[in-house]
Design a protein around this ligand. Sequence first.
Ligand SMILES: Nc1ncnc2c1ncn2[C@@H]1O[C@H](COP(=O)(O)OP(=O)(O)OP(=O)(O)O)[C@@H](O)[C@H]1O
Ligand SMILES: [Mg+2]
Length: 230
Amino acid sequence: MGESIIKAINVQKEYRREGNIIRALVDINLDIEAGEVVFITGPTACGKTTLLNVLSGLDLPDDGQIILDGENIARANEDRLSNIRRQKIGFVFQDFNLIETLSGIENIEALLWPTVLSKKEVENRAIQALRDVDLLERKDHFPRQMSGGEKQRIAIARAIVHQPRVLFADEPTGNLDPTTEGEIMKLLRKLNEDMGMTMVIVTHQEKLLSFADRVIQMERGRIENIKGKR
Ligand SMILES: Nc1ncnc2c1ncn2[C@@H]1O[C@H](COP(=O)(O)OP(=O)(O)OP(=O)(O)O)[C@@H](O)[C@H]1O
Ligand SMILES: [Mg+2]
């Protein structure tokens, strides 16, 4: 067994709404190895996004531990958490979340600011990230001039430009047609193979699950089943 990069230990999370308690995460235990590609799947409202947000420190669990690269982020203060997110984590979202008034390369560079790097070095890193997603020719285009698949490539370049240890993606192909969807998944798999980057990806698309090393099947806030190599 390789190095553990993310571990969830007895993680719980509830939401309260109109007097009801929604048990979004129920006793989650999970161990993800560095370099693994793990998919999280399951029906709507089963807790996929909540789990991803808690694993990545975007949200805090009510109880339990999240050990990311050896550190319990469920107990980290806000400053430390934002440092961890800046250094170790990349995010990709369903709706791309690009800044419409910035060009492709500027969207990527923006992730690195503020920084001690020179302007030239920031640009060089963004160019490398554009090469990694094979989209250098869209560098100076704005999001409105790009297709959905191109926008998602820019968003992936932005998510990897700081070379995070883990890339988290919540339904990264949810707004794309089937052909583009397959291309984006292949790209993510290639980045994983080239860079050894760990990936945790939420999808409810059954046919994408073959891209994963392991598939976590959720049901009503619980892990029902884990399928795969380990
Ligand atoms: N901020 C919130 N306040 C109250 N309830 C919430 C909140 N966020 C999520 N929930 C509830 O928690 C449960 C899990 O939601 P979650 O978004 O994690 O599901 P999901 O599996 O990602 O669903 P989908 O496939 O539709 O994206 C749902 O019942 C949802 O309504
Ligand atoms: Mg969701």
